[in-house]
Design a protein around this ligand. Sequence first.
Ligand code: FES
Length: 118
Amino acid sequence: MPKLTIEGAGEFEVPEGKRLVLALEQEAGIDQLHACGGHARCTTCRVEFIAGEPDRMTVAERDVLAARGLAGVRLSCQIVCDHDMTVRAISRLAGSGRKDAGHEPAAQIEPPAEWVEK
Ligand code: FES
């Protein structure tokens, strides 16, 4: 099983192929924001990679990051845990002023993943 390391939180075994946004919440217990419910629209599921950043990204992730002028972050709702990764959880419910983290993302990437090189 891939290992997910979160700065300041520890190391966690994650089922192969699980969406990173769900692993952050369910395996690591992080209060990760995902305001749009994992649809590559809000960017609140963003994380910073320390190691193991995926070489590919979905078209949806590429487009929303470009539209918002974001660099140096990746969208955890658009990433699957298929190798070891180390991330910084920089977008969390605590201190956000939001009433909740957002709708629970589905098990599979939405919209259906179309992969491109990063
Ligand atoms: S972009 Fe909204 S949860 Fe990922």
